[in-house]
Write a new protein. Structure first.
Length: 392
């Protein structure tokens, strides 16, 4: 008779994070505490690990510690893989209480001796490198290093140069919050679509210079950290603060101001991703609070082309990857902390800027789902710019 294998947990690989304990074996029960940036709520989200020594066919329980106060962004389903390439969703989990302690528990019947489990579909710097190398096969795509992080890691980016004389400049970036891996996947799929033979993609890149940064906070992604609310502030917040804390943010702002000086800063989208259970949506100020009249006109035109609706209790009842809503927020211009707010104040007065919350952690939040979201957004961008709806 074969001896039973010892269960082992590994978190010594890129983007692995969280504290994982083996509570019992036969049946296997794991306890998971997400990585914690120390600010409660959304600062305690990301986890990703490998478990070895499993018996194929056995059911394991993954118990996510809810904590007190309870953590935010709990996903109904977790991701699993046997090779870190093909990923799928577990069955839906449920709230349980064991010995007075609150958990969200996932159960899964394993098919191999080892497997990976993660909060969401991982996206690491190797994915960004492979994307940029694939897109760079096109003559007009120019890879570049945005900067080096505080820990000397490379932040990769690329520029898709217009095939004709450029009329517009578009800046797209993802992962200011490291745990929001779905944001990188949507931008990844958009980049692939932009390089495709789709007529709308061809028309958009004909007249637009497009800049793409798949991962902004590379350090937090590599180290398996949540990233959100890291002290003293994260890569999305406090863009108005000088001197700059993060070289990534400082370099991005420098690029944006350079585009502004040549009147080529026309659209900015910062891709994020909460644990939304309905549609993707834009964060944007109230229309009346936009600083320039041209911004108001252009934003209205773009949202109409996108067939976007206001995020309300009613529109939250639907679930889609392709119907992108918008959520208006109050804006104190003296404390314009977020990336899109800084862009609206400091770049061209015709520029439209958003933070896009892609809807992670839903049954639709797969690579195919993220691709459909990317293409829906890309086609709206094409219609907006190609048909001269953007007024400078």
């Amino acid at each position: 008779m074969n001896a039973k294998k010892e269960l082992l947990i590994q978190t010594d690989f890129i983007s692995a994070g969280g504290e994982i304990s083996i509570v019992q074996n036969q049946p296997t029960v794991l306890e998971v505490i997400p990585h914690d940036e120390g600010q409660a709520g959304w600062s305690k989200v990301w986890w990703y690990f490998k478990i070895l020594g499993l018996q194929p066919g056995q059911e394991i329980s993954i118990r996510l510690v809810k904590g007190d106060p309870e953590i935010a962004g709990i996903s109904d389903q977790a991701y699993f893989s046997y090779d870190q390439m093909s990923w799928a969703l577990t069955n839906k989990g449920q709230d349980i209480v064991v010995d007075g302690k609150k958990y969200f528990e996932y159960k899964h019947i394993v098919k191999n001796h080892e497997m990976y489990l993660a909060y969401d579909l991982p996206y690491v710097p190797d994915h960004a490198t492979a994307l940029i190398e694939q897109c760079s096969r096109f003559e007009k795509v120019k890879p570049f290093e945005l900067c080096r992080t505080k820990k000397k890691r490379s932040v990769r980016a690329m520029k898709m140069e217009a095939t004709k004389k450029a009329k517009n400049g578009i800046w797209l970036q993802a992962r200011a919050h490291a745990f929001e891996s779905g944001a990188s996947w949507v931008l990844h799929e958009m980049a692939l679509w932009l390089c495709s033979n789709d007529d709308q993609a061809i028309q958009l890149r004909k007249w637009s210079d497009i800049y793409i940064v798949p991962i902004v906070d590379v350090d937090a992604v590599v180290e398996g950290r949540t990233g959100k609310y890291q002290l003293p502030y994260d890569h999305w917040m406090n863009w108005h603060t000088e001197p700059e804390l993060w070289p990534e943010v400082a370099t991005i702002k420098s690029h944006l101001l350079g585009l502004t000086s040549s009147n080529m800063m026309d659209m900015f989208i910062d891709f994020h991703g909460p644990g939304a259970k309905s549609n993707p949506f834009f964060l944007t100020p109230f229309e009346k609070d936009l600083p320039f009249e041209q911004q108001r006109k252009n934003r209205k035109a773009f949202l109409e082309i996108l067939k976007s609706e206001l995020l309300t209790d009613e529109t939250k009842k639907t679930e889609s990857m392709t119907h992108i809503l918008f959520s208006e927020r109050a804006w104190d211009k003296e404390k314009s902390s977020s990336s899109h707010e800084w862009v609206l104040l400091h770049t061209n007065d015709s520029c439209i800027a958003f933070t896009l919350e892609v809807n992670m952690n839903t049954p639709l939040s797969t690579k195919a789902g993220y691709r459909s979201e990317a293409i829906a957004l890309g086609k709206a961008m094409s219609d907006y710019f190609v048909h001269n709806n953007h007024l400078k």
